[in-house]
Design a protein. Structure first.
Length: 61
């Protein structure tokens, strides 16, 4: 369950940053880069902050 939520949050943030880049400012691409770097870091270290947050909120694994 947590993995699906994490993927949904990451995908939503990427799509939101693309829309904001087109409509507001190109600087919103930094959000896309930040999400991408966090996904890469998570795949290397097997640690994800969002996973910890969801666990503390009581979302089942």
């Amino acid at each position: 369950m947590q993995e699906r939520i994490i993927r949904a949050i990451a995908g939503s943030l990427i799509l939101l940053s693309i829309v904001l880049t087109i409509t507001v400012s190109i600087n919103w691409l930094y959000l896309t880069g930040f999400v991408g770097l966090n996904l890469l870091q998570s795949s290397i270290t097997k640690w994800c902050l969002m996973n910890d947050i969801l666990s503390k909120l009581g979302v089942p694994k």
